[in-house]
Structure formats: C-alpha cells, structure tokens
Design a protein around this ligand. Structure first.
Ligand SMILES: [Zn+2]
Length: 259
C-alpha cells in the first residue's frame, strides 16, 4: 500500500480466535500486523501466549499491535477500587505489549455512569490520576475516540488531545466511532489532530457501532483518501464478521489508495 503505512486487521472482531489462523490470513492478504486483544489474553491465557506470538512473528514476518483491555475496566471510574484495579490490569497489559514487541497499542478513556457536570469533572480527575501512573510507556500507546454514546467519557477532539498529550500517548482515530459522534464533520475535526498514529478503519451507518466491511456503510471513503495518503503509522481494519469481510476491506483499501 503506501510506504509510511503499516496495515493490519483485528482477528477477534472477524471471529478468528485461533492465533495460527489469524496470522495465516495476514500472510494471505500481505498485511503487516494483526491486532491482538489483551482482554482475550486475560480471559484465555493460552490464546495468545508471548512465546507463541514471538514464534509466529518470526515465522511469518507479520508484526502485532495490541488493543489494550477495556472490558470491565475503567480508568476514569469514580470508584477508587475499580480505578486502581483498572490501572493494575493496564500495567500488566503494558508488560505484555513490551514482551511481544508490539508496533503500537490502543487504549480507551473510560466511562461515566451519567453525563452530569459534577460527574464529568470527577471522572476527569480520576482519569488524570490513572494516566499519571501510565505516562511514557515503553511501547507506544494511542488513545482512541470512543464517544459512541453519552456514557463514553471522552468527547470530541479537544478532550482527546488534552488527555493523550498529558500521558505522552498518540491518538487512535476510529472513523466509524467519529461518524456516530458527529457525522463526516466530526471525522474531519479529529483529523486536525497532529499526533494520530493509529487508525481503526471500519464502516458504519452512523447509529450503532457496526464495524462493517469498508464500503458497506455510510462513510465517504473518497473524503478519507487524502488523509490516508498523508498518514504515517499503523492502520487496522477493525471489521466485524468473517475472514471474507476482512478480505473485502483489504481489497477496498488497496483500490482506494492505488496509484
Ligand atoms: Zn475501534
């Protein structure tokens, strides 16, 4: 594809839970990485053990990125016990990303129980406390835009910028999430950030978190083309469905970016 761009995909969203199969599809599609899910690793430690990941990387030449944990985890939690355990789990995930020598990783900014000004203010304090501990990681971390409903804490470009800069993280732009948050204009607004180093590409009808194959939702990919052409970093096809939906999306992206 483009010379400053590494392209990969997320096996777990395409319902591929077997690690050998995950790398096989990346090889077939000539992709640069697979995005491992640390949540899966916590639930099933035999699914992506470090040694096996290192062996597959060596055998195939395919790298990895890691989606850091977010299930039952909340770095902005108002409940101190929940927040502390969330930070501990994140630190363990950081050790994992270092052990597998990930190219990049993705972190979510947490959730709130209600969008009330006092709660938003308190959650911000809690998230800053968590990020203070997680600052300056060995493997790059990107903070993802996840505002697909009012209870996802970080909202808009400025908050994402403030929190990611505070922690020394890059930004992961998920174009489907941005479409839900505020349509094509919101995607454009996020692209103004200068430290986007990871992308989640997925298509969406703009109402729910669809993760459709590229071209099967409402995103205007011609609008995305100019941004993609100037982008340096890791680009992850985060597609729900099956291996065929990933195949379709990889071909779609190649066609979009040819010549
Ligand atoms: Zn995403």
């Amino acid at each position: 594809m483009l010379k400053n761009m590494f392209v990969g995909y997320t096996p777990i969203s395409a319902n591929i839970l077997d690690l050998d199969e995950a790398f096989r599809l990346a090889v077939e599609l000539q992709l640069d990485f697979v995005e491992l899910a640390y949540d899966l690793q916590e639930i099933l430690p035999s699914s992506q053990p470090v040694q096996k990941v290192l062996e597959l990387k060596k055998a195939t030449g395919v790298g990895v990125t890691v989606h850091l944990p977010y299930l039952e985890l909340n770095l902005a939690s108002l409940f101190e016990g929940v927040r502390k355990v969330s930070v501990e789990r994140m630190q363990q995930a950081f050790e994992y990303t270092a052990s597998v020598d990930a190219l990049n990783s993705v972190l979510h900014g947490g959730r709130i129980p209600e969008r009330h000004p006092l709660i938003v203010q308190a959650a911000k304090g809690q998230l800053l406390k968590s990020l203070e501990v997680l600052k300056g990681p060995a493997i790059p971390v990107t903070l993802e835009n996840t505002h697909i409903n009012p209870l996802e804490f970080l909202k808009g470009k400025d908050e994402l910028e403030e929190m990611s800069r505070f922690a020394g993280f890059g930004v992961c732009l998920d174009v489907g999430h941005a479409l839900i948050e505020g349509g094509e204009e919101q995607i454009e607004a996020y692209w103004e950030l200068s430290h986007i180093t990871h992308l989640h590409l997925q298509d969406s009808l703009g109402l729910e978190d669809d993760h459709f194959a590229l071209g099967r939702g409402k995103i205007n990919w011609q609008n995305q083309k100019k941004h993609l052409e100037g982008f340096s970093g890791t680009v992850c096809l985060e597609i729900s469905g099956t291996a065929d939906d990933v195949r379709h999306s990889a071909a779609f992206l190649r066609e979009l970016l040819k010549d």
